[in-house]
Design a protein around this ligand. Structure first.
Ligand code: SAM
Length: 232
């Protein structure tokens, strides 16, 4: 008997409307939830000749910006969603080989990349949607000793409820490709909770900054901006 399993792509709709009218490599790189202002790519340091990876890159807009404007050796834009992968290839496939668009779960990807990356980052990407206790130790091993992880994540739930004091996920609303309502797991953790789990996962020099929203638009949110260094 042949058993076929399929995983529903809950990222089918994400960024689709923008892609219809905006196909350009972005001129800017924002870490903020609303993607307007705040610190930019300079916090990644000088990327010249560096090997960089975006964990949960979506349509790879951030990665395309870095590959085009910051002269890295390579940026790997990793995403598990078939829809996001297809969008990224369609928009930015022409930036290969400096931009390498990879369709994979990030845990599986980083487990094959020991001591490879100078910098790994995530902008509301896989770090938000993957059990940190599973993801972060693998990310540490994929960095070169002294390599840096930087990510932005929600400082609180959308709607305002406070972040979690423990490493526990919540079920948040999502939509199937057909538009049916469902849920997915998201980790929205307090500052000290991220610090603890990063420390336990092989990181040092951990810093967590709360960046206030720069807009009062509906569904705006404050951002936690987290940086850490792989322990030698
Ligand atoms: C909110 S989107 C952000 C995408 C992109 N970073 C951006 O700023 O536009 C989250 C992305 O993370 C990806 N993702 C979530 N968990 C992942 C995992 N474990 N492995 C790979 N990709 C993942 C999803 O497929 C989705 O494209």
């Amino acid at each position: 008997m042949r058993v076929t399993t399929t995983t529903t792509d809950l990222w089918h709709h994400y960024g689709r409307i923008r892609t219809e009218h905006d196909r350009a490599v972005p001129h800017t790189f924002s870490w903020l939830w609303n993607q307007n202002g705040g610190p930019g790519p300079e916090v990644l340091g000088d990327l010249t000749g560096k090997v960089v990876g975006d964990l949960g890159a979506g349509a790879a807009r951030h990665a395309a910006h870095l590959a085009t404007h910051h002269a890295p050796a390579r940026v790997d834009a990793v995403d598990a969603s078939p829809a996001q992968y297809a969008m990224a290839i369609d928009l930015f496939g022409h930036l290969a080989p400096r931009l390498r668009i990879v369709r994979s779960g990030v845990v599986k990807h980083v487990q094959t990349m020991a001591d490879t990356y100078d910098v790994l980052y995530s902008v509301f990407g896989a770090v938000d949607f993957t059990d940190p206790s599973e993801l972060l130790p693998s990310v540490a091993v994929a960095l070169r000793p002294g390599g840096r992880l930087l990510f932005s994540t929600l400082a609180h739930y959308l709607g305002g409820a406070p972040a979690e004091p423990d490493v526990v996920p919540a079920d948040v609303p999502a939509r199937t490709p057909n538009g049916e309502a469902t849920t997915m797991r998201r980790w929205v953790l307090q500052e000290q909770t991220w610090t603890k789990v990063l420390d336990e996962s092989g990181f040092t020099q951990i810093s967590v900054d709360r960046l206030p929203s720069t807009t009062s638009a509906p569904r705006s949110a404050d951002t936690l901006f987290v940086t850490a260094v792989r322990r030698a």
